[in-house]
Design a binder for this molecule. Sequence first.
Ligand SMILES: C[S@@+](CC[C@H](N)C(=O)[O-])C[C@H]1O[C@@H](n2cnc3c(N)ncnc32)[C@H](O)[C@@H]1O
Length: 275
Amino acid sequence: MDHREVGKYWNGNASVWTQLARAGYDVYRDYLNTPAFLAMLPDVRGLSGIDIGCGEGHNTRLIARRGARLAGIDISDVFIRYAIEEEQREPLGINFHIASAVAIPFPDSHFDFAVAVMSLMDMPDTEIVLAEVLRIIKPGGFLQFSITHPCSDVPHRKNLRDDKRRSYAFELGGYFENLEGDMTEWIFSTTPEELKRKLPKFKIPRFMRRISQWLNLLIETGFTIERVEEPIPSTEAVRACPAVQDAKVIPFFLHIRARKPGVNEVNGSTRVGDR
Ligand SMILES: C[S@@+](CC[C@H](N)C(=O)[O-])C[C@H]1O[C@@H](n2cnc3c(N)ncnc32)[C@H](O)[C@@H]1O
């Protein structure tokens, strides 16, 4: 499945996704993933950045509020329409564009940083995408991204719960299957039953890469891996939203920050005279 076909599925998901996420049902995002991503993000005040696969722009706006000048791209024109509407309602200076990450419509070395929040694992041609990201960030700039954790987002996944409905283990399998565009259907788990009955499930093509493939791809593209995190929900987060307790049992997400070498850096070493 190519990136255009993937984009059509996301266009089909975009309205319900935006409605439910804005109503607070993307709880793993709100109680775990985004707080951890922002905690890991370097100071971006005064920097220019791009959010790749920005969806309706929720995380783009949070990063813009930290003082960065942001652009956001997404292959889905429906998501971009929602993002632009929100930007018009409450301007943060974000420029949203319909574009695919395989051909990012910006010149070389244009941005100080790039983020990709829960989007890279939904794209085919990851090697082209990472090469594009490397191209459009300045030497010394960084890419920070989050993905579903390759070790736990696997074809066979069964959540095992005790008699109080608390998760205590997962049965996992199929890690080495390398799915390329296989379809999955789901909806945010905390969506009220009444809404679940009315709304269509998301249809999401799945592109699985093993953890070694992600790390090797970054290295082969020319990035230097700088930081890696596997967020765990805090006690307060589980108290506020008990549904995220299961993310304490196995890692649900993987966050990586990788840097484009500076102008005078070759293969990770710095030449004499560099700072
Ligand atoms: C799971 S959603 C995440 C959206 C957003 N970053 C968030 O955190 O709410 C994945 C996003 O990737 C976008 N996407 C998929 N393939 C893409 C591509 N080739 N180029 C740009 N965006 C893409 C989808 O349209 C969708 O908005």
